[in-house]
Ligand binder design. Structure first.
Ligand SMILES: Nc1ncnc2c1ncn2[C@@H]1O[C@H](COP(=O)(O)OP(=O)(O)O)[C@@H](O)[C@H]1O
Ligand SMILES: [Mg+2]
Length: 242
């Protein structure tokens, strides 16, 4: 299974253009080529502005490239409509962001149930699945709390539960520990390691070296290009703790 190619991109370019006549263009991605295999745990690192988030958003079908090709499981996505891309996202992808992106005034349970509504799953199955997922991140005792009342680490655990509730194949995370203290960050890292050991593909943008080095592979970006693509130790896969 590890050898099956999940994602393949060819000469991916993303140019952002502001509205207006003499507006400036930003070339966020300058021709990226990449292959990611099923079950890989990949971290993406690089200086601010190097195109990491742009790449993640295109890989996650949240945005489209200006040029270049994207193949997911061998199917070219470039010609997919917005609805078809949304379907791919709902069925296969889970997302975790630095800013958590939860609905603050709504209970944790409702937050986690949301993707199941989009997926067309009926009550009471939604509640049952959401409760199980919340239990998996250790927040059962908080499931009726409003999301806004949780600590940062707890919020990110809710965000992870929400990302996982559809049992996605691929988890995309953009600086998921960026707003957390190191202890909460370590808890989040453990969840990602566990997901990877269960066969999920993880694609993670991070500033934290300890997190990036927990992956199997580190992709270094600079100026919209992949500058280095290296194998790293991946702590859990080798059974040692740094
Ligand atoms: N929506 C946008 N509109 C215009 N420029 C953008 C947009 N998003 C990102 N950029 C620019 O594209 C470049 C890459 O940004 P980004 O992918 O966010 O980098 P990173 O995540 O590595 O910090 C930066 O110069 C940034 O200012
Ligand atoms: Mg970014």
């Amino acid at each position: 299974m590890e050898d099956k190619i999940l994602i393949k991109i060819e000469d991916l370019v993303k140019i952002y253009k502001e509205d207006g006549e003499d507006s400036e263009e930003t070339r966020a991605l300058a021709g990226v080529n990449l292959e990611i295999k099923e079950g890989e745990f990949v971290s993406i690192v690089g200086p601010s502005g190097s195109g990491k988030s742009t790449l993640l958003q295109i890989l996650g079908c949240l945005d489209r490239p200006s040029r270049g090709k994207y193949f997911l499981e061998g199917r070219e996505l470039n010609h997919y409509s917005d609805d078809e891309l949304a379907k791919v996202r709902n069925e296969k992808f889970g997302f975790v962001f630095q800013a958590f992106n939860l609905l603050g005034r709504v209970s944790i349970l409702e937050n986690v149930k949301l993707p199941l509504i989009y997926a067309g799953i009926s009550e009471p199955e939604r509640t049952e699945i959401a409760k199980k997922t919340i239990a998996a991140v250790g927040l059962t005792d908080r499931e009726n709390y409003e999301a806004a009342k949780l600590s940062g680490g707890q919020k990110q655990r809710v965000a992870i539960a929400r990302a996982l509730v559809n049992a996605p194949k691929v988890i995309f995370a953009d600086e998921p520990t960026g707003n957390l203290d190191s202890k909460s960050g370590a808890v989040i890292l453990k969840f990602f390691e566990e997901l990877h050991s269960k066969g999920n593909t993880i694609i993670l943008v991070t500033h934290e070296t300890y997190f990036a080095e927990s992956a199997q592979r580190m992709i270094h970006m600079k100026d919209g290009l992949v500058k280095k693509d290296e194998k790293v130790a991946g702590r859990h896969t080798h059974g040692f703790v740094k």
